[in-house]
Design a binder for this molecule. Structure first.
Ligand code: MN
Length: 134
């Protein structure tokens, strides 16, 4: 299987470094964007197989960024894994309503991250196979 490319959108360097290290150890190619605007620039250069999206970002937050991505035909099929420090009632609904495919609470727990990433990549791969002409 070809190496998967994952885009991390996270404004806290200690978090993005942790995510970067965990994902590279799993064999993924990783790019990091510190805000939504940088994420959109990177998306224009290279389409990732998965986006890990911090919800709390400066300027445009992760919910708005995800709504934007899911509203564009060229990016709507890229799975989005949200990361949130929020744990309030209703957050799950807001995150999923924005179009995020899954979410994890912070602080990031290694096994939960690896499982969520593998699950989303497998699901996306299965969907691509179903769409492929026979
Ligand atoms: Mn943040």
């Amino acid at each position: 299987m070809a190496a998967t490319h994952i885009l991390i959108v996270e404004d806290t360097p200690s978090n993005s470094e942790l995510l970067n290290d965990l994902l590279e150890l799993q064999g993924h190619q990783v790019a990091v964007a510190a805000d939504a605007a940088e994420a959109f620039r990177r998306l224009a250069d290279r389409r990732p197989d998965l986006i890990i999206m911090d919800i709390q970002l400066p300027e445009m937050d992760g919910l708005e960024a995800t709504r934007t991505l899911k509203g564009r035909p060229e990016t709507r099929d890229i799975p989005v894994l949200a990361l949130t420090a929020l744990a309030m009632r209703g957050d799950r609904e807001r995150i999923l309503a924005a179009g995020c495919d899954a979410y994890l609470p912070k602080p990031i727990e290694r096994d939960a991250l690896v499982q969520a990433v593998q699950g989303l990549l497998a699901r996306a791969g299965a969907a691509r196979l179903e769409e492929a002409p026979r």
